[in-house]
Design a protein around this ligand. Structure first.
Ligand code: APR
Length: 318
């Protein structure tokens, strides 16, 4: 059992995380920080704690407005941010304005982690994913095996789900991976998609596969539209816990993670979605995949998008 997991941001994803960690008995202590008044994180934790006798788990849940609550955490999962919502005058903030707001929040998150949980593994979920995890790294300068973004587990999960539905087989039979940035340029890797170890094309025709890959790239937005307010939260939360469990139980499990690359896949100094072995040291190894020429081209295109975002982060002075 993990001693302590800290969650930053107690909104939809943060709340789902606390609930899931408690029901899985994954950690003895869970800390939740949220700046939302009057004492949002405390309220979230109290609600879940009051259910704990019913689901039969002894877990210490502590919510707070202040970062000291995360002290000594083994894992920190970052979900803090603000979504793109309409202003009272009916206008929307531009992408740049929203990025500046979220980078400001990220700097506060980084300061809290640095002060109270400097030896933790950091998994960031907040969007724009590539920008936020890069900023956290720039502020924290943790070893690159200990800081990562969660995107690939979710994007690959979506790809697997759509393939399983189309092929009419169990989701457990599908293996799939999505590489690159966490945006519309992400690259579902058809050549690595298998059903029961067999090429996916044996079960799903090319036209349907192309439609599935397109849907995968915009799957986050599809949920946003359907919900009307907010974005996906259960699937991101459990995807992050897949990474936590792989590290905490030293599984050496291969999962797609947003990792800082140092020459792997021909990329240096950027956080990019790639498969990696997760074990007790965190990211223990990046796993190469032989890509087709078309996949290579799409991957380069995605890297260019990540590069642009990183340049915007570099420009931000705070
Ligand atoms: N410190 C701690 N918490 C903060 C801070 C901060 N500086 N700033 C904002 N928050 C909190 C908000 O008060 C809010 O409760 O972060 C929470 C975010 O929750 P939601 O708005 O419900 O967003 P959620 O759906 O949980 O998604 C969180 O993950 O997938 C991404 O795009 C998503 O960036 C978003 C993030």
């Amino acid at each position: 059992m993990i001693n302590k997991i800290a969650i930053i941001g107690g909104g939809n994803i943060g709340g789902a995380l606390v609930h899931e960690i408690a029901t899985r008995r994954l950690a003895r202590n869970v800390a939740l920080v949220d700046v939302k008044p009057p004492d949002f994180a405390k309220g979230k934790c109290l609600d879940i704690a009051e259910g704990s006798p019913t689901f039969g788990v002894d877990v210490n849940l502590e919510g707070s407005k202040t970062y000291s609550v995360i002290k000594g955490a083994d894992f920190v999962i970052n979900t803090a941010g603000v979504p793109r919502t309409m202003r009272p005058d009916g206008t929307f903030p531009s992408r740049e304005e929203l990025l500046a707001t979220n980078l400001k929040i990220t700097d506060m998150v980084a300061a809290g982690i640095k002060k109270y949980a400097p030896n933790s593994f950091v998994i960031s979920i907040a969007n724009p994913l590539d920008a936020i995890v890069y900023r956290l790294y720039k502020k924290l300068r943790f070893r690159k095996n200990k800081i990562m973004g969660m995107a690939g587990v979710l994007d690959s999960g979506r790809y697997k789900y759509f393939v399983a539905k189309e092929a009419k087989v169990s989701v457990e039979n599908v293996e799939a991976v999505v590489l690159g940035g966490h945006g519309d340029t992400m690259v579902p890797i058809r050549s690595a998609c298998r059903i029961y170890g067999l090429p996916v094309e044996q079960f799903v025709d090319k036209k349907a596969l192309a439609a599935i890959e397109k849907r995968t790239r915009t799957a986050g937005g599809e949920v946003v539209k359907l919900l009307g307010s907010g974005s996906a939260f259960v699937s991101p939360a459990i995807s992050a816990l897949e990474m936590v469990e792989a590290i905490a139980y030293d599984k050496r499990k291969i999962v797609p993670v947003c990792a800082l690359l140092n020459g792997e896949y021909g990329v240096k100094g950027l956080f990019v979605g790639v498969p990696a072995i997760l074990g007790k040291k965190g990211i223990e190894q990046i796993v190469p995949i032989k890509l087709t020429a078309a996949e290579k081209k799409s991957f380069r295109n995605s890297i260019n998008a990540v590069k642009k975002t990183a340049a915007e982060v570099d420009k931000y002075k705070g």
